[in-house]
Design a binder for this molecule. Structure first.
Ligand SMILES: C[S@@+](CC[C@H](N)C(=O)[O-])C[C@H]1O[C@@H](n2cnc3c(N)ncnc32)[C@H](O)[C@@H]1O
Length: 302
């Protein structure tokens, strides 16, 4: 049986949230295996879908879609506005982003994303980008590693973990995901090792792919390219991303309070459609464990 590239999470909810007009222009910022893109294409008649993914493996998946409304851009979504312009588009009716990595990426040992398999310390979504997890671990100063582990991994003993890595990184035994786990084991809380490893791996992945900065750039561009009444639909899988998306939707900024004009009107590009994020049904979670942590936020352009 062929393995599934990625099973789309909250497919029906995402498509409904986009409120698709059949002749509208839509963006899927995170094509992955194309599950959500196919769902959008099914709703279009005369409209357009521009999908992005920075991974060349996704490009191969996209090559299988022969649809006149469909265009694929192998690019980081932080350059969305520029790529849309290259395709003659300045405004769109809706943007969907399903953040993070795909099942295909995590299940490919050679990509180094998974704590479950032995693989190189790579973790790049874009195989042509320069920085790998190995370079972060070997080259970053201790205080920077400390910051990354604390901020992006939200581990409590980030300083201790950073110190340990620095003391071990020159003895040439830190080459693979399993090597990293065996070093970290010394400082991982007993009985909670797997969660701890996953948090450190998450921190490294976020740093390697500049995920938070890319998301900020992308959200700002959504404010510029989405038409009035158009939809922004973002699904996140960890609290750092969700906090950023929530803040941008509620205040138009990544942090801080919403600004007001002279008359006291809020200055922000979007209004939240749901106050609380939408979560996957019990039934979906049962069938797809990945859906467990998904939080879907929907906003409408003012
Ligand atoms: C969770 S998967 C998306 C799955 C997709 N919705 C589906 O139904 O198959 C996330 C995808 O987004 C891509 N991605 C993540 N961040 C990106 C970025 N900044 N620019 C472009 N692609 C990105 C990853 O390479 C991955 O393929």
């Amino acid at each position: 049986m062929a393995t599934i590239y990625h099973r789309p999470v909250m497919l029906r909810e995402c498509i409904e949230a986009l409120n698709i007009q059949e002749d509208g222009i839509y963006v899927d910022a995170t094509f992955g295996g194309g599950g959500h893109s196919m769902g959008i294409l099914e709703k279009l008649k005369g409209g357009r879908l521009i999908s992005f993914d920075q991974d060349e493996d996704s490009k191969k998946q996209a090559d299988n879609i022969q649809h006149r409304s469909f265009t694929f851009c192998q690019a980081n979504f932080r350059h969305m506005k520029q790529y849309l312009r290259l395709h003659g588009i300045t405004k769109v009716n809706g943007v969907l982003a399903d953040l993070g990595i795909s099942s295909h990426q995590i299940d490919s040992p050679e990509r180094g994303f998974s704590t479950r398999f032995e693989g190189p310390l790579d973790m790049r979504m874009d195989k042509n980008s320069k920085l790998t997890a190995a370079q972060v671990l070997r080259g970053y100063p201790e205080d920077q590693l400390h910051k990354i582990f604390g901020m992006y991994g939200e581990i409590k003993n980030a300083k201790t973990a950073a110190k340990l890595i620095v003391s071990r990184r020159n003895d040439s035994s830190l080459n693979t995901t399993l090597d990293l786990k065996s070093v970290l084991k010394e400082v991982a809380p007993r009985g909670k090792e797997n969660k701890y490893f996953a948090q450190v791996f998450q921190a490294l992945r976020i740093e390697v792919n500049e995920e938070m900065k890319a998301l900020e750039d992308f959200l700002h561009q959504c404010g510029e390219v989405i038409e009035k009444s158009g939809r922004l639909v973002v699904m996140s899988y960890h609290s750092l991303e969700d906090r950023l998306v929530k803040s941008y939707i509620n205040t138009g900024k990544m942090q801080g309070e919403v600004e007001k004009d002279f008359f006291g009107n809020k200055i922000k590009p979007f209004e939240a459609v749901n106050r609380k994020p939408i979560e996957a049904s019990e039934e979906e979670i049962e069938q797809n464990n990945r859906a467990r942590s998904a939080k879907l936020r929907v906003a409408e352009k003012l």
